[in-house]
Write a new protein. Structure first.
Length: 300
């Protein structure tokens, strides 16, 4: 049986309306001191997404294609997005919401792999590239990540916005991250429709680095999970595994264990959608020029 319409779908509809009319999305519970002014409309994506996943292999003609360029295992290796022969940015030109109200999730790192791929926010076209260490080497996790990992397009964690509930820490300069807990290994550069279930407030070296917990809508268990409580019922212990993985993954490199806000609990879907709303608004302010581009990010 289909699950009733949830808060995140209702907020998705509000987002679409806001994008059409250039208005901020707010609700009665928002702190007025933190409210943003009206948000400029986000330009429509270059091409629509018409499938639950558009990956490098078998990309739909009317969407976009992804080409792997540069020699493998070198710093030149990258995944570049194209539409009608023109390079496009996955960060800017793939919409946050699909036309059915689900979220679009861009995969950077497939589950059970170690190469730390990421959308490069400084390069023109924002290709997906493997991160580089301070010594100029390709960056790898010390062990496999057990979930598909990536980001939500058209979001940004603004380093100029303080979170009063978490000691006034600020955003980490990047699009918001996603931990997708489905059973299938997804592809680097693939774009998949997901639904958000909760969010973890990770504090990485003094910066706020939200981790949205989500599931691919085509996963066999997707209909069974809609919130944090469902994660524990359907995937017992999975959220705690996520917390422990992100807590410990930098220790082998000689760094301290990562910390978490809100005592490391899974914040519910309504809270999650508010976080997504705020990071989308921050993105729109950045992209429109209302917020100075002090990080010198590529906005094309």
């Amino acid at each position: 049986m289909a699950h009733p319409v949830t808060a995140w779908r209702l907020l998705a509809i509000a987002f679409v309306a806001a994008a059409c009319y250039g208005q901020a999305v707010t609700n009665g519970d928002d702190d007025p001191t933190a409210a943003q002014q009206a948000v400029p409309a986000v330009p429509a994506p270059a091409r629509p997404l018409n499938d639950s996943s558009v990956a490098a292999k078998g990309a739909k003609e009317d969407a976009f294609t992804i080409e792997e360029e540069g020699a493998k295992n070198t710093t030149d290796n990258r995944f570049v997005f194209y539409s009608k022969g023109k390079m496009i940015s996955p960060w800017h030109e793939i919409p946050l919401f699909a036309d059915d109200g689900n979220l679009n999730f861009i995969v950077e790192i497939p589950k059970e792999t170690t190469a730390k791929w990421e959308v490069n926010t400084h390069d023109v076209g924002n290709p997906i590239k493997q991160d580089i260490t301070s010594k100029g080497k390709l960056r790898f996790y010390p062990y496999n990540i057990h979930w598909n990992y990536g980001l939500l397009p058209q979001t940004w964690e603004d380093p100029g916005i303080k979170n009063a509930e978490l000691g006034n820490i600020t955003g980490d300069h990047d699009p918001i991250d996603v931990v997708e807990i489905g059973s299938a290994q997804l592809e680097t550069g693939g774009v998949y429709k997901v639904k958000p279930l909760g969010v973890l407030a990770m504090i990485d070296e003094g910066e706020l680095d939200w981790k949205v917990i989500a599931i691919n809508i085509d996963d066999p268990k997707a209909a069974m999970v809609n919130d944090c409580a469902d994660i524990e019922k359907v995937f017992p212990g999975e959220f705690q595994k996520i917390v422990e993985w992100f807590r410990d993954y930098k220790i082998p490199d000689g760094k301290n264990a990562t910390k978490f806000g809100y005592n490391g609990v899974c914040k519910d879907e309504a809270f999650t959608m508010n976080v997504i709303k705020e990071t989308h608004e921050a993105y729109v302010h950045l992209k429109s020029g209302a917020r100075p581009n002090t990080d010198e990010l590529s906005l094309i």
